[in-house]
Design a protein around this ligand. Sequence first.
Ligand code: NDP
Ligand code: MG
Length: 374
Amino acid sequence: MKKLIVLGATGSIGTQTCDVARRHGFKITALSGHSNVKLLESLSREFSPLCVLVGEEYLSDLKIRLADTSVKVLPESQLHFAAAECEGDTVLNAVTGIAGLRSSLSVLEAGKTLCLANKESMVTGGDLVNAMAKKTGAKILPVDSEHSAIFQCLDGNKVKKILLTASGGPFYGWSKERLDKVTPEDALAHPTWNMGKKITIDSATLMNKGLELIEAVQLFDVTPDKIQVLVHRQSIVHSMVQYEDNAVLAQCGAPDMRTCIQYALTYPERKEGLAKEVDFASLSTLTFALPDEDTFTLLPLCREAITRGGNLPAAVNGANEAAVEAFLQRKIGFTEIFRVVEKAYQKAAFIKNPTVEDIFETDRAARNAVAEEY
Ligand code: NDP
Ligand code: MG
């Protein structure tokens, strides 16, 4: 029986990971969430893990809820315990934001396979994450749909180009003037994917594609100029790889994250899936277009950040996390996200080879720079 640890089990990816585990009878030996104690309680009762990790301030509540069980309740800072003590050589990291970086590093340090949904750990600390994987020999398997697609299309030959597809989000084709009036409710309605709040806003600003471009550079060891972003509204082609002979391999399927989650968990095997099959005969068109980078400026900003490297991807990520939070709390408007992130990025002091502490310091400074703007 497959045994695994699920981090961020209470979120969109985490709950879909639990669906995959239920479907195939996988054993979850540890799980984590941050604040949703109610769901952590029911998942703990259902999966009977050895331990469950939760945010410090929710610890006593969850302990009381699970007092009649043998599940150990630990603060999320004790992840290294779960990674070292719990059975299973696979950990799916579905924590949101830079909070996932320490988790990714702990998992790899314990030598376990990291199924990575938390793109921010690759964006902010990709060099450190890759170095840790190299040191312990642990594998990283992508869960993000585009990166899972690219991974599935890699055939061992030299890659000429990666074609990274983007849905374009709910505001595809909109002018800056029209975007000025966007509310959190408008931005949270994504046309094809059903996801957590932060990534849904990132999809609306195209920051998600910028983060994914950085993630692809770090996961597949390609330079940013070899990655072309293509808006593909139908979300059927999840990304493509072009080889020296200009042959292109694409990975297709219904837009359902459970396919990517399951592929990472069962790799290199394929098992019966939970997603619907695509009826190609009923698709009238598949379209591809270049993104509007003059309006959606965070995508070129991310390209610049990873081209310059060092701690700059962490700066742009930290500024964006703070800006998205401020937007959701209605402290700033939608198009201000672009402005404040750019400004915080410009203020960041460049560090070529940052340590983990440098990354978190860069993140803090970028968040402070955003806070100064409103
Ligand atoms: P959600 O917001 O739905 O879930 C986030 C999870 O992280 C929850 O379990 C939450 O716990 C936990 N969490 C929040 N803050 C912290 C913290 N400070 N420390 C530890 N855990 C924390 O996010 P998604 O599932 O949408 O996304 C998760 C990751 O996967 C992101 O990096 C995202 O970019 C990536 N991803 C998501 C996709 C999707 O379809 N959703 C697609 C591709 C990638 P709680 O809720 O209990 O507070
Ligand atoms: Mg994606």
